[in-house]
Design a protein around this ligand. Sequence first.
Ligand code: HMG
Ligand code: MG
Length: 362
Amino acid sequence: GIPKYVKIVEVGPRDGLQNEKNVVPTSVKVELIRRLVSSGLSVVEATSFVSPKWVPQLADAKDVMEAVRNVEGARLPVLTPNLKGFEAAVAAGAKEVAIFASASESFSKSNINCSIEESLARYRAVAQAAKKLSIPVRGYVSCVVGCPVEGAISPSKVAHVAKELHDMGCFEISLGDTIGVGTPVKAQGAPSCGPEHYSAKLRLGARPRHSSFVIAGTQRPTCGIRVKTELPCEVVLLDKALGPNVQTGNVLPLLEAVMAVVPVEKLAVHFHDTYGQSLPNILVSLQMGISTVDSSIAGLGGCPYAKGASGNVATEDVVYMLHGLGVKTNVDIWKLLQAGEFISKYLGRPSGSKTAIALSRV
Ligand code: HMG
Ligand code: MG
């Protein structure tokens, strides 16, 4: 059976807004957080204490946190990539933090500028400092199904990082399909990964050109090798940097691998909706016993360092599905819709939530 109650972790003000090109005023961010809290959400990720050079949109983290630190009714965690961020977060009034590692070496490098092991060492320092202050720490693992550079990521890599985060004291581990490529289950007899699509510079005969193609089987191309594709000619991969951009992996084997090392009560799922797979993936996760789901108001979101990463699954759509399944969330969907309308109006574009669009026509 599926859980009777699901805790939603609203990540819109952080994951949602971090990818917005135009800087959103602090007052709008604060108002959004207030509205989200008043809809009944019990956790609203407020901002990130990261380098303003890396994420200019959240350069006002201190001002946002100081404005909402006394808001009651919800926990307001913030992202902290290192001790510097942790100390700034605590000084601004944060009572809960999140650290974010990756299951992909390449993504770790491009997102936080260090290797996975280096990041874990940094995070151990943050976790120790937090423990001294009795501040709960959430851990994220990103690229749990696929990486924009490396392609498919094996469940064992994810399980390793999840266990490390759990061992250092994280009370919850959120598994992030950063680029939204995952699908729910592995069909009997299906290969462990679907066809991998590549977009690359090819040598077709004598002249190099750009094209996209599907690599046959499970071969992993490297520069200069001849690859078998569906194209009726020899293809030589010239530019690995343009490498794999789509790959599928399955959520079920991933959850099985992680649940073998971290108790299911401590796991959360974090799906980006790039390929429209979030709701089926969430349903499978619920069936596996997971009862914490991350989502973003109006489907805002993405990650500035993951090309092609679109918004997180919309909170309105998750709440609609959960209530339809008879699962309690304590969220007032009408107030939630108003919060979504507020930010969509400010951003000047339609909501990324199907539920919001459908109900706005009623
Ligand atoms: P770095 O350049 O290697 O760091 O960045 P550094 O230690 O060399 O410092 C460089 C400069 O940044 C220095 O300033 C530091 O003081 C400053 P300068 O001397 O040049 O003036 N700095 C800071 N400033 C403010 N707050 C800090 C901080 N740390 C250093 N905490 C670093 C390394 C980790 C800082 C950087 O790469 C960074 O900030 N990365 C964050 C990227 C990010 O926020 N990505 C999005 C969040 S992750 C995500 O979205 C995935 C998730 O949603 C799950 C999923 O979807 O899968 C969680
Ligand atoms: Mg995310």
